[in-house]
Design a protein. Structure first.
Length: 176
């Protein structure tokens, strides 16, 4: 049985994408997200591992791996990959209408827990940065590479208003 690194190399070289141009389908239960720098890959890995350990619904982080590629027999190009649990779901815009209300409820609940941890989900939106597994009826937050720690209580309340305030609610209700 090939190890994860061999499977990663194969998935990358064959262009086996999974739901996004930077996500590669490595094996039955594993995907890999590509990064240009090691720092970016480790940053998202560490955030993901912390969120998962606190019970936030995110994919389980497996490892960060760097691969070196030879180009034209002389140049080297490093690419970094975050290997994580594969979520067998779809973005909210693509799920059955009957599941959207539950998905949105779970999104708000999970983002609330993230904010309670003092983390600002800067670029989080429930359309693109979450996936819903219709079989499990479970929403997963994804793509937290730009998230950061919240500096003050004022920042925290401002972010809570952004993700759950009247404008966010109206916007999200139109899409449900």
């Amino acid at each position: 049985m090939p190890d994860l690194i061999d499977l990663l190399k194969k998935a990358y070289s064959e262009g086996n994408r999974y739901n996004h141009e930077r996500i590669y389908d490595v094996s039955e239960g594993v995907v890999a997200k590509s990064f240009i720098t090691q720092h970016e890959a480790i940053y998202e890995f560490e955030f993901g591992r912390e969120l998962h350990s606190k019970g936030i619904q995110v994919p389980k982080m497996i490892q960060v791996e760097g691969l070196e590629f030879t180009i034209a027999l002389k140049n080297y190009y490093d690419l970094w990959f975050l290997l994580m649990q594969k979520i067998k779901g779809m973005t909210i815009g693509n799920i059955a209408e009957a599941d959207r209300s539950d998905a949105y409820r779970q999104y708000r609940e999970q983002i609330g827990k993230v904010l309670d941890m003092g983390i600002n989900p800067i670029d989080s939106d429930w359309h693109g940065n979450s996936m819903y597994d219709s079989d499990e009826k479970k929403l997963y937050l994804i793509d937290f590479g730009q998230w950061s720690r919240i500096g003050t209580a004022t920042d925290l309340e401002s972010e809570r208003e952004r993700v759950s305030g009247p404008l966010a609610f109206r916007y999200n209700r139109m899409s449900i």
